[in-house]
Design a protein around this ligand. Structure first.
Ligand code: C2E
Ligand code: CA
Ligand code: CA
Length: 246
């Protein structure tokens, strides 16, 4: 789980579930390598089931019983193959019900590439999930074509600006102007905004000054196994309380 830090609330408010695969001989295999293969051979659906089940188990065990942790949602990535299934909701909802996880505690992350595979079906999924209180975040915003059209066509509840965009914001004056405008557009639409790939304090401070809501990046924490992640969240809470006292 990687923490998503709220610049306004000064604490971790969400987590993104990022799957890991370890092979006895090959060691750790990065998701950028095995997810595309799993998409090709169809095993992505089973991987997604395992990830969702793990997230619900984690929420039920550690978060529902402990609201003071302040975790409101877990973001789960969904793949194109899953969205082509008309019964997507029927495959997801029973898992949440089994663990008594409220629907608003899972946010589904979707890239443009996924959304555009079957736009009509995707819109229908988003409306159906919306009826039961489950939202979609647009992942990797800025990394594809014609991004603003996705804002117009699909009822996303949250936007995540891609890490390459974040990096070019700090390296390229032209990108800075364009991305600042994108940020303003998203803010005017009233959509919560997460910037990905923030690795330095100066970057976080600059984005805070622009009114960015949330940050996901190595500066606030790398993806961690669950025990380490829980320890990290508690430490952040403690630091916030201590800061408040001083
Ligand atoms: P993503 O959904 O865009 O996830 C964010 C990726 O950015 C993660 O890589 C994370 O470790 C990395 N990242 C976050 N902050 C920083 C930063 O500050 N600096 C740098 N250099 N990297 C940062 P990861 O875990 O290797 O995942 C790669 C991709 O694999 C994900 O990109 C996602 O597309 C896919 N993936 C991961 N888990 C799942 C899953 O459960 N299901 C599906 N369908 N795809 C997944
Ligand atoms: Ca993601
Ligand atoms: Ca992303």
């Amino acid at each position: 789980y990687q923490p998503i830090y709220s610049l306004k609330e000064k604490c971790v408010v969400s987590l993104e579930a990022l799957v890991r695969l370890k092979d006895e001989k090959l060691g750790a295999i990065p998701p950028d390598e095995f997810i595309p293969l799993a998409e090709q051979n169809g095993t992505i659906t089973q991987i997604s089931e395992i990830v969702l089940e793990e997230c619900c188990r984690f929420l039920a065990k550690h978060v529902l019983s402990n609201p003071s942790l302040g975790i409101r949602t877990i973001h789960v990535n969904i793949a194109a193959a899953q969205c082509l299934n008309r019964n997507l909701k029927e495959s997801i909802l029973p898992v949440l019900e089994r663990y008594h996880v409220p629907t608003h505690m899972i946010t589904l992350e979707l890239t443009e590439r996924t959304a555009i595979e079957a736009p009509k079906l995707m819109l229908w999924h988003m409306q159906e999930f919306g009826k039961i209180g489950m939202g979609f975040a647009m992942d990797d915003y800025g990394n594809g074509n014609s991004n603003c059209s996705y804002l117009i066509r699909f009822p996303f509840r949250e936007i995540k600006i891609d890490k390459d965009m974040t990096w070019s914001y700090f390296e390229n004056p032209t990108a800075k102007i364009v991305i600042e405008n994108e940020i303003k557009t998203i803010q005017k639409l009233g959509l919560p905004l997460i910037m990905e790939g923030v690795e330095k304090k100066e970057q976080s401070d600059a984005l805070e000054a622009l009114g960015v809501d949330m940050i996901q990046g190595y500066y606030y924490g790398k993806p961690m196994p669950e025990t380490e992640c829980l320890r990290y969240i508690r430490r952040m809470h403690f630091a916030k309380e201590e800061y408040g006292k001083s």
